[in-house]
Design a protein around this ligand. Structure first.
Ligand code: PHB
Length: 395
């Protein structure tokens, strides 16, 4: 496990606080100290590029505010969570107890999120989830100090079913990684597709983060469904797209997915991704001044094209800025901090979205098609889609 201090070393921060403390009263010292922001994200493994995009987007939002939060300078701490659930509690505890972060930004993987969630609930530290869609975090175990800026795992896939039936694809095979995100993405797919009249003929899976798809692709060929729907992301998604095409399945079995399948991987997948249909709360081609300005600025700053993860990271920054401004930089003023975030309207590159009572975005879902290495919008798959927040009682 590695923790890097990006701005100051810990000892320098302590020395700085001690020397100014001689002159300032206690409260002013707390206000003048830097806000401590901890990133717990994957920087290695199949989700490595997702972690980087989230961090980039977040930093971009803060840079637009002059690199401050509620008027205070920021100190960053960083942990590579490796998308490894067994290490999650220890990693999150380090950020909270040793680095004493005011806010923990993380993470991508739903299993790792559960470790962060335990630490966040027990410590009360502010946790902003920039990706992981695990249902329980904004349902039965929702918490006043936990906010998600991305999606819940069933939000994108619930919108798939109608799009598939509209195209006459009545019999489908589902395939995913066997872990919380795949299971919950299936839940949304099953609800939406069966409600629209579709039949799921088989549910297939591989352990996370395996990318040995060959045997299952052979099985799909023999099952002859009208369509395949799936959840994969990151490096594994690029491999799945290439293997699906290499097996020749892309010629006669339409591939669908939650939009993560084609996010950040279009260069790596090349023509193998052409024509794939997905549902997602963002699209590269959204023709709005907000999205265009975001894409231009991101590409200039990071010499890379932004994807949905970059947008989610950016929106996490926007949300935190609202909270910090509402609390005038005082993160101990939880009432003001939470009130500002609860009522936030986020002017995102994905379109404006609001926070649901259980702290998950209420947002539009787009139907997209991959064309020339771009996720092109071809329709709206759902307006103001909210997660039901089942069992959430904020205490
Ligand atoms: C998750 O584990 O919740 C997850 C990971 C990657 C994604 C989406 C969801 O792209």
């Amino acid at each position: 496990m590695t923790t890097r201090r990006l701005v100051l070393t810990r000892s320098a921060a302590v020395i700085g606080a001690a020397s100014t403390g001689l002159l300032l009263p206690q409260i002013a010292r707390a206000q003048s100290a830097k806000v401590r922001v901890g990133f717990m994200l994957p920087y290695t493994g199949t989700f490595a590029q997702l972690g980087v995009a989230i961090e980039n987007g977040f930093m971009m939002a803060l840079a637009e505010q002059g690199g401050k939060l509620g008027g205070r300078e920021i100190e960053f701490f960083k942990v590579d969570d490796e998308s490894s659930p067994p290490k999650a509690i220890e990693n999150a505890t380090r950020l909270v107890q040793r680095d004493k972060v005011d806010v923990l930004v993380g993470t991508v993987h739903s299993g790792v999120q559960m470790g962060i969630h335990k630490v966040a609930r027990e410590s009360g530290v502010l946790n902003l989830i920039p990706n992981a869609g695990v249902h329980i975090a904004t349902r039965a175990q929702c918490a006043p100090n936990v906010y998600r800026t991305s999606f819940s795992n069933s939000q994108p896939t619930r919108a798939l079913g109608k799009a598939m039936m509209d195209r006459g694809h009545k019999k489908a095979v589902w395939i995913t990684w066997n872990y919380a995100a795949g299971e919950e993405a299936y839940e949304g797919f099953e609800e939406g597709y069966t409600a629209a009249g579709g039949t799921i003929i088989k549910k297939l899976g591989v352990p996370f983060p395996n990318v040995e798809f060959q045997a299952l692709l052979t099985e799909i060929a023999s099952l002859k469904p009208d369509a395949v729907a799936c959840f994969f992301a990151g490096g594994g998604a690029a491999k799945f797209l290439r293997d699906y095409a290499a097996a020749g399945l892309n010629k006669n079995i339409q591939l669908y997915g939650s939009g993560f399948l084609t996010e950040g991987v279009l260069e790596a997948a090349g023509p193998a991704a052409d024509g794939v249909l997905t549902t997602m709360h963002y699209s590269d081609s959204l023709d709005t001044p907000r999205n265009k300005q975001f894409r231009l600025e991101y590409a200039k700053t990071f010499k890379a094209q932004p994807d949905v993860y970059a947008v989610q990271g950016y929106d996490t920054g926007l949300l935190l800025i609202k909270g910090a401004n509402g609390a005038k930089g005082d993160f101990s003023n939880k009432k003001a901090l939470y009130a500002a975030m609860d009522g936030a309207v986020i002017d995102s590159p994905r379109g404006k979205w609001t926070m649901s009572p259980s702290h998950n975005p209420i947002q539009d879902m787009y139907l997209r098609k991959v064309e020339n290495k771009e996720n092109k919008v071809i329709g709206i798959a759902g307006k103001a889609v909210a997660d039901p927040g089942t069992g959430c009682r904020m205490s």
